[in-house]
Design a protein around this ligand. Structure first.
Ligand code: 4NP
Length: 157
């Protein structure tokens, strides 16, 4: 592992769930005084170069975080060398990442809510086609995951 752990959150579009996971993780890492590299990406390429969904920007803002400057990007196999941990937001994206991961790659690959006691196997549901309340649920889910991951990485995992 590098001196500074690096973690990447991956969803489908990189405009809803993974930018919120990135923001929640930054917040929890800052609270824990943990020095980490954090990023997010999508398995799809539809929103490359775009800012997060306005509903994601709004929910982050409600928690004191400005994510309007984030820009969508597509995950690549090189990310499995650049990061220590690649964390998928749901099963479909986990499956895509498994297929993309080079054999013997450095990064671990996991499902976000597998890290949260009592929530193993659960996806972070895609809020894209729903209402704003879906984004509040997304925020709660990614915050639960971020808290556990920050603790684990701070403990040297
Ligand atoms: P995300 O949500 O994967 O959480 O960023 C989505 C964003 C865009 C699309 C689907 C999901 N889309 O189909 O464009």
């Amino acid at each position: 592992m590098t001196a500074r752990p690096a973690i990447l959150f991956v969803c489908l579009g990189n405009i809803c769930r993974s930018p919120l996971a990135e923001a929640a993780f930054r917040l929890e890492a800052e609270r824990a005084n943990l020095d980490v590299t954090v990023d997010s990406a999508g398995t799809g390429d539809w929103h490359v170069g775009e800012p997060p969904d306005p509903r994601a920007i709004a929910v982050a803002r409600a928690h004191g975080l400005d994510i309007a400057g984030y820009r969508g990007r597509q995950v690549s196999s090189a990310d499995f060398e650049r990061f220590d941990h690649v964390v998928a937001l749901d099963h479909a994206n986990l499956a895509r990442l498994r297929a993309l991961r080079p054999e013997g790659a450095r990064a671990s690959l996991s499902l976000l809510l597998d890290h949260v006691p009592g929530r193993a196997g659960e996806p972070v549901a895609d809020p894209y086609y729903g209402g704003p309340e879906g984004f509040a649920t997304t925020w709660d889910d990614v915050t639960s995951g971020a808290r556990v991951l920050v603790r684990r990485i701070a403990d040297g995992a």
